[in-house]
Ligand binder design. Structure first.
Ligand code: ADP
Ligand code: MG
Ligand code: ZN
Length: 486
């Protein structure tokens, strides 16, 4: 990382960031088309999102609620009255000729984000949030070579929020870390899927330099559309060097919009920076103002979950989970709520966490469904854990039967019983199997008796296999020792 404090001239880097975040709603911002990545080009469109004249937009209430939730999580003031404006552009993938966005007032203003262990030189710097506004995304141009581009409007009308920070970041590492932590928080709250490859989160980074100690900001360059943490940092660091050279040659940095090329890690000028009047913002006559009640805002505020880092800490310190398990569970508020709901009905945090992380999540990803759509209630999970605790079924059997357990709707002991897999803890029944295993493996038995105690696991394994995983390993252990000597 370049250290701007070294050298004869000492420049301080100043960065303000505009993060664009796709919202997790079922439908688009102003129409009923599905809000989903991909699809055959131009199959998820209607007259509204494809900009047909006369088609009328209707605001998606869920998108507004998510924007308010993001604002509250970032300590913003929610504006009970805000407005949609038209921001004029010409792009082939913007059929309206304008983006529907918010100028004044936006849905949320003035918040604060505390960066944890920023990775830069500063400890937990506070980054002020200037505003959060709602807007729709454009479609996409697909370039087919130098003479042909195609337009896909599936993305047009995707609900987004733009989160604008004050110029409070001081290095490329800090800016990247801000994006990383912001993404984590918004994913935790299920506000966005956070998928950066699919463009669900991207940002514009504004960079300027000033002499250390100066009060005034320098002239900034705006680096557009960065879609990875690595690009954010690399773009800032290239820009620091570029501007430093200009300033040290007594030149003036131009206020302009630049594009970052991830291949060469350089930026190049795209256009001189436009100002608000260039967009000819004006209130969208097709949309009424957004008017919220305080009760609506209070309700969202009241339902904000515990902060993820608090939760993770609590899971480690009071429930005895490993750091990694705790982080995985606390990555999503919905998942953590599920974990706690199940735990309230049984008594082993380790086992509940183990089944969620080892069985439920992998099963959800195998089936390509959201975790919540598996339809396995916290009560059923708690019951399964209780059966494990009571020794009615073995972990091996639960693991083997898990997929069926999800599909059948039956309890784990019913299912295990049907298949003859209820755990056998009855020493009499297991004793036969232990004796048979010893008889079938005389060489190992002799080695064991001669002191090769590691073979205990071998015999337990044989008996487990014989009982199709239904034998209670603790009981089998004792029985092997009884017959071969401890
Ligand atoms: P615009 O909407 O025209 O891009 P804004 O004034 O709203 O401009 O600022 C956009 C972003 O640029 C904000 O994140 C802000 O913090 C940042 N910014 C403004 N001035 C500077 C500066 N001199 N250096 C670095 N960042 C800046
Ligand atoms: Mg901007
Ligand atoms: Zn549509």
């Amino acid at each position: 990382m370049s250290d701007v404090r070294s050298g004869p001239c000492q420049w301080e880097t100043v960065i303000g960031l505009e993060a664009h975040v796709h919202l997790r709603t079922a439908s688009k911002l102003f129409c009923a088309c599905p809000n989903k990545f991909g699809g055959e080009p131009n199959t998820r469109i209607c007259p509204v999102c494809s900009g047909m004249p006369g088609a009328l937009p209707v605001i998606n209430g869920r998108a507004v609620a998510l924007a308010v939730q993001a604002g509250l999580a970032l300590g913003c003031a929610v504006n009970l009255h805000s407005l949609f404006s038209r921001k004029s552009y010409f792009y082939p993938d913007l059929p309206n000729g304008f983006q529907t966005s918010q100028l004044e007032p936006p849905v949320c203003s003035s918040g604060l984000f505390r960066l944890e262990a920023s990775g830069g030189t500063r400890v937990n710097p506070e980054i002020r949030i200037n505003r959060i506004h709602l807007e729709d995304d454009a479609g996409k141009c697909i370039h087919m070579g130098s003479s042909c581009s195609m337009v896909d409007l599936n993305r047009a009308g995707t609900p987004m929020i733009e989160i604008v920070t004050e110029p409070d970041l001081r290095s490329g590492a800090e800016a990247a870390e801000f994006m990383r932590q912001l993404r984590k928080l918004l994913m935790y709250l299920d506000i966005t899927d956070g998928n950066m490859e699919e463009g669900s989160m991207r940002c514009d980074v504004n960079v300027s330099l000033r002499p250390f100690g100066a009060k005034e900001y320098g002239t900034r360059a705006e680096l557009k559309n960065l879609n990875s943490f690595i690009s954010v940092r690399a773009a800032v660091e290239f820009e620091e060097e570029r501007q430093k050279e200009i300033l040290e040659a007594q030149g003036a940095v131009e206020q302009e919009t630049r594009l970052f090329d991830p291949e060469s890690c350089t930026t190049r000028a795209m256009r001189s920076k436009e100002d608000a009047p260039d967009y000819r913002y004006f209130p969208n006559p097709d949309l009424p103002p957004i008017i919220l009640t305080q009760a609506f805002v209070d309700k969202i505020h009241g339902s904000l979950p515990e902060r993820p880092e608090k939760r993770r800490e609590r899971y480690v310190e009071t429930l005895g989970l490993h750091d990694e398990e705790a982080s995985l569970l606390a990555a999503s508020a919905a998942l953590a709520d599920y974990f706690e709901a199940a735990l309230a009905l049984c008594s082993s945090p380790k086992r509940v966490a183990g089944l969620i992380l080892g069985e439920l999540l992998p099963e959800a990803s195998r089936r390509s469904v959201a975790f919540a759509d598996l339809g396995f209630s916290p009560a059923r999970l708690a019951h399964t854990v209780t059966m494990l605790e009571q020794g009615k079924v073995s972990l091996k059997v639960v693991q083997d039967l898990f997929s069926e357990l999800l599909d059948s709707g039956e309890s784990v002991e019913k299912l295990a019983e049907k298949k003859g897999l209820l755990q056998v803890s009855d020493a009499g029944a297991l004793e036969q199997a232990v004796l048979a295993a010893i008889e079938a493996n005389p060489a190992e038995a002799a080695d064991y008796r001669a002191g090769k105690k590691k073979l205990l696991a071998f015999f337990v394994g044989r008996v487990m296999r014989e009982t199709k995983g239904a034998g209670n390993p603790a009981v089998i252990n004792e029985l092997v020792k009884k017959h071969l000597g401890a």
